[in-house]
Design a protein around this ligand. Structure first.
Ligand SMILES: NC(=O)c1ccc[n+]([C@@H]2O[C@H](COP(=O)([O-])OP(=O)(O)OC[C@H]3O[C@@H](n4cnc5c(N)ncnc54)[C@H](O)[C@@H]3O)[C@@H](O)[C@H]2O)c1
Length: 248
């Protein structure tokens, strides 16, 4: 197992990619706090991890607020005495449209969760990591954080920001024994994407060099590896997991 007895948190773990990350980290031996605003999803994921023999608990956390992010880290540290691995994954997107049509409230919501929320989590995690002498972060960015994503102004801006947080944090904290990386998923079949319907998903799949959407488990495998000792000299990297999309 890659992550035996590591203490981990995963945000947005009540669904989709976060759920797969939580399950994979637990399968690799980590003790995982599943964090989400979706209590039903979070409790379901914890139940499934425990049924498979893994170690997990649920914590309701709205990571878009400074208090929510801090309470999450406080919960993990008060439960386990430390925090080793933090997967900052919670995120959402606006409905597609042109930049001039975007409602400021929708902009604020996407930036608030995807960018500010990721930073608020990192901020709380880094205080703990510096104090205990190390730790690792993997943020969920996106291909939308590396190239233009027509119709998704706020999402693309937020995910470019997550890449910036990852790269800058990696350098600022490397001497504290803290590694900070990101994954950039391509088009992944999750509940958020399934909501668009089968016809839309077939269109997305056709745009991929691989001819298919990815699975949440394929993202989770990359996150687990970046957290592991096998990636001990990797920091500030954005791992594209997209069936070749960024290179096409
Ligand atoms: N699915 C894709 O194709 C894809 C591609 C690239 C990047 N991503 C990114 O992956 C991450 C997960 O996406 P997904 O497709 O699994 O979506 P999803 O909607 O299935 O899961 C997202 C989870 O985040 C939670 N969440 C939302 N706001 C929150 C908040 N303020 N505090 C705590 N939890 C909150 C939701 O309740 C949900 O459980 C997101 O950051 C998304 O931008 C997804």
């Amino acid at each position: 197992m890659l992550l035996e007895d590591k203490i981990a948190l995963v945000t947005g773990a009540g669904s989709g990619i976060g759920e797969a990350i939580a399950r994979r980290l637990a399968a690799e031996g980590a003790r995982v706090t599943v964090a989400d605003i979706n209590d039903d999803g979070g409790h379901r994921v914890v139940g499934e991890i425990q049924a498979e023999g893994g170690n997990a608990d649920f914590f309701h956390a709205d990571i878009a607020s400074a208090a929510g992010a801090q309470e999450l880290v406080n919960h993990v540290v008060s439960t386990h005495g430390r925090l080793d691995l933090a997967a900052n994954n919670a995120g959402l997107s606006e409905r597609p449209g042109l930049m001039h049509e975007l409602d400021p409230d929708d902009w604020a919501k996407v930036i608030g969760v995807d960018l500010t929320g990721t930073w608020l989590c990192m901020r709380a995690e880094l205080v703990q990591f510096v104090e205990q002498g190390g730790g690792a972060i993997v943020n969920t960015a996106s291909g939308a954080g590396l190239k233009a994503t027509p119709g998704l102004t706020a999402y693309s801006a937020a995910k470019h920001g997550v890449v910036g947080l990852t790269r800058t944090g990696a350098i600022d904290y490397v001497k504290h024994n803290i590694r900070i990386n990101a994954v950039a998923p391509g088009t992944i079949r999750t509940p958020a994407m399934e909501a668009a319907g089968e016809a839309q998903m077939a269109e997305w799949a056709a745009l991929m060099p691989s001819g298919r959407m990815g699975t949440p488990e394929e993202i989770a495998a990359g996150v687990a590896w970046l957290f592991s000792e096998q990636a001990s000299y990797i920091t500030g990297t954005v791992l594209e997991i997209d069936g070749g999309y960024m290179q096409a």
